[in-house]
Design a protein around this ligand. Structure first.
Ligand code: HEM
Length: 261
C-alpha cells in the first residue's frame, strides 16, 4: 500500500513557540499573576490603576486627542536624555563650554543624545501648542474643566522657562548673548520684572553664579513642579473624563438608555 501524504494546505499548522512549551509558559504566567496579586494584596493598587486607565470614551474622538499624551512623551524624552547629559555636563563658567564640546564630540552617542534633547525641546513646544489648540477648539476649557486649563497654562509657562534656562547651558557666544538679551527684556517688565531679572542673574550683573542658578532651575526646580502639575492635570482628566467633540449632538436620556441596553 503506498503511503498517503496530505497536501500542504491540509497539514496542521506548526505549533507556535508559546504552544510547544505549554507547561513552562503556564508557570511563567502563573508567576506573573501571583507577583501582581502579592503587591495588590498589600497596596490595593490595581483599583487605582483601573480608575485611572479604564473609562468610557465619547463617540467621535480622533487623533487630535493624542496630543496631550504626545506632549507628555516629549517631556519624558527630555527628562531621560537630560539625565544622560547631566552625567557629562559641568555647570561651572570655565568648564561648561568644554564639557558640552566633550559630550558632543567625544562621549559615546553624545551627539545623538544631545540632539534628541535639543530637538525634543522644540517638539515639546510645538506639541504643547497643538494640544492647547485642541482643548480650546473642542471647548474643553469650560465647566468643569477650568482648573485643568489653568494648570495647563502653568505648564505652558514652565515649558518656556525650561527653554530659556536650557538655552544658556552650552555657554557659547550665542547662548550667552541671547540670554543677556532675554534677561534685559525680563528686567523691563512692569513691577516684578526687575526683581525677576535679579533673581535669574543671581545678582545685579550677569556673572559666574548666573550659570549655576539657571542650571538648578533647569535641572531641579522646574522639572519637579512640572511633574507635580502633570500629575494634577492627569488626575483631573481621569476624574472628569474626556470632552466629546462639540459638533456631536448630545444623546437624549431616553436614547442613552436604549444605547446602553
Ligand atoms: C506639559 C504639558 C502638558 C501635558 C503633558 C498635558 C497632558 C494632557 C493629557 C495626557 C490629556 C488627556 C488627553 C488629551 O485630551 O489630549 C490632557 C487633557 C487636557 N489638557 Fe493638557 N497637557 C499639557 C499642557 C496643557 C496646556 C498648555 C493646556 C491649556 C492651556 C492644557 C489643557 C488641557 C485640558 C483642558 C484637558 C482636558 C481635555 C478634555 O477633557 O477633552 N494642557 N492634557
Amino acid at each position: 500500500m503506498p503511503k498517503l501524504t496530505l497536501p500542504d494546505s491540509l497539514r496542521p499548522a506548526p505549533k507556535r513557540p508559546s504552544e510547544t512549551n505549554g507547561q513552562a509558559n503556564g508557570a511563567v504566567k502563573e508567576a506573573g499573576i501571583s507577583a501582581i496579586d502579592w503587591v495588590d494584596e498589600r497596596t490595593a493598587l490595581t483599583g487605582v490603576a483601573r480608575w485611572a486607565m479604564f473609562r468610557k470614551i465619547p463617540k467621535g474622538t480622533n487623533w487630535f486627542y493624542t496630543l496631550g499624551s504626545a506632549t507628555m512623551f516629549a517631556f519624558l524624552n527630555q527628562a531621560i536624555t537630560g539625565v544622560f547629559l547631566a552625567m557629562y555636563y559641568d555647570p561651572s563658567p570655565t568648564r561648561a563650554y568644554e564639557s558640552t564640546r566633550f559630550l558632543t564630540n567625544e562621549a559615546f552617542l553624545g551627539e545623538f543624545v544631545r540632539g534628541m534633547h535639543k530637538w525634543g525641546s522644540t517638539a515639546m513646544v510645538v506639541l504643547i501648542f497643538l494640544h492647547m489648540a485642541r482643548t480650546f477648539f473642542w471647548g474643553a476649557y469650560k465647566y468643569p474643566r477650568e482648573l485643568n486649563w489653568i494648570i495647563g497654562v502653568a505648564l505652558l509657562i514652565l515649558t518656556f522657562v525650561m527653554s530659556l534656562t536650557g538655552y544658556l547651558l552650552p555657554f557659547d557666544q550665542r547662548s550667552y548673548w541671547a540670554t543677556i538679551v532675554a534677561n534685559n527684556i525680563t528686567a523691563s517688565g512692569p513691577f516684578v520684572g526687575p526683581y525677576l531679572a535679579d533673581f535669574l542673574r543671581a545678582g545685579p550683573d550677569f556673572g559666574a553664579t548666573t550659570l549655576s542658578r539657571f542650571y538648578a532651575i533647569h535641572m531641579m526646580l522646574v522639572p519637579a513642579i512640572i511633574i507635580g502639575l502633570i500629575g494634577a492635570h492627569l488626575y483631573l482628566v481621569a476624574k472628569h473624563g474626556t470632552t466629546a467633540p462639540p459638533w456631536l449632538k448630545a444623546t437624549p436620556p431616553e436614547r442613552q438608555r436604549e444605547d446602553s441596553a
